[in-house]
Write a protein that binds this ligand. Structure first.
Ligand SMILES: Cc1cc2nc3c(=O)[nH]c(=O)nc-3n(C[C@H](O)[C@H](O)[C@H](O)COP(=O)(O)OP(=O)(O)OC[C@H]3O[C@@H](n4cnc5c(N)ncnc54)[C@H](O)[C@@H]3O)c2cc1C
Ligand code: FES
Length: 286
């Protein structure tokens, strides 16, 4: 495995994709050269920062850059959002995780929920390049949280957009068009769902009666990202796996979703205290 640990990486471009979602293009030539769809990096924003995983949403090996998209959810992602173009991330390591399996399967449904649009984009792009027909469903709670519709459209033969509250495009959740597609088209060979765990769980439950293989990218809490700490432990078909080295992609029909959802909440109180403390010290920017 070629893994690069790099110090003090410059943010070349930073933009807001929505009030709570940031786009960052970062100088990281060694990682850009090795990156494959489905992989991620672990970053540390500053010397007191936690290590957090973020998917390689895009990369350019000639330019030597990688693109990360992060949703502000807790202390580290708020800190990251506070950085500006020209400033530096303390360190990042990657590319981590197993790449997505890219083959010519036929017709594939890609589902992107919330910030899951960022990890779905490189996978859909690689699958389209491999000759697959791509039907993409992207969903968000509301219009303000939608981004990269144009990018996903550019790698899809068909794109369906949903918002939970109906503030844009079709009102409802992504499993509704998914079920309709599975009922109308018996040639769907694979479904790929990336987003909140609860969305991936319900996508997997929707596809199960149709017997369509369903790949999900699990977002367990991580620390080292290299298989040593055990923090990202999940149960797949009753066997223990580590998302950082055995995944992040797994067969959605074999995931113990209740365990994943429970473990994601392990440090909820500490995370809330940490964010409250950080906000109280950075009240102007938070
Ligand atoms: C392989 C992988 C790839 C990821 N890629 C992206 C990405 O491209 N963009 C992005 O915005 N996020 C991504 N995530 C999720 C991201 O790592 C977390 O949002 C981040 O670690 C939160 O850190 P924090 O300190 O800001 O929040 P914390 O204070 O750690 O957490 C705040 C809240 O978020 C919940 N939470 C924490 N970690 C996760 C998680 N991994 N998944 C779901 N909820 C979580 C906590 O339970 C808590 O309620 C990815 C996660 C994994 C495992
Ligand atoms: S993050 Fe430590 S084992 Fe996976």
């Amino acid at each position: 495995m070629h893994l690069y640990f790099v110090f003090s990486r410059k943010i070349l471009t930073k933009e807001k994709l929505s009030p709570v979602i940031d786009f960052m293009k970062i100088e990281a030539p060694a990682i850009a050269k090795k990156a494959k769809a489905g992989q991620f990096v672990v970053i540390r924003v500053d010397e007191k920062g936690e290590r957090i995983p973020l998917t390689l949403a895009d990369w350019d090996s000639r330019e030597g850059t990688i693109t990360l998209v992060a949703m502000q959810i807790g202390t580290s992602t708020y800190k990251l959002s506070n950085l500006k173009t020209g400033e530096h991330i303390l360190n990042l390591v990657g590319p981590l995780g197993l790449p997505s399996e890219i083959e010519n399967y036929g017709t594939i449904v890609c589902i992107a929920g919330g910030v899951g649009v960022a990890p779905v984009y490189p996978v859909a792009k690689a699958l389209k390049q491999a000759g697959n027909k791509i039907i993409t469903i992207m969903g968000a709670r509301n219009k303000d949280l939608l981004f990269w519709e144009d990018r996903l459209r550019s790698v899809s033969n068909e794109l369906i957009v949903t918002t939970d509250d109906g503030s844009y495009a079709r009102k409802g959740v992504v499993t509704e068009p998914l079920k309709e597609i599975l009922e109308r088209d018996k040639q769907i060979k694979r479904v790929i769902a990336i987003g909140p765990a609860i969305m991936m769980k319900f996508c997997s439950l929707t596809t199960k009666p149709f017997g369509v293989p369903t790949v999900v990218s699990l977002n367990s809490i991580m620390v080292d990202g290299t298989g040593m700490c055990g923090c990202c432990r999940v149960s797949i078909a009753d066997s223990t796996k580590f998302v950082c080295v055995d995944g992040p992609e797994f067969d959605g029909h074999n995931v113990d979703w209740d365990l994943l959802l429970k473990r994601q909440l392990s440090y909820c109180d500490e995370e809330k205290r940490s964010l409250d403390l950080w906000k109280s010290c950075h009240c102007h920017s938070a």
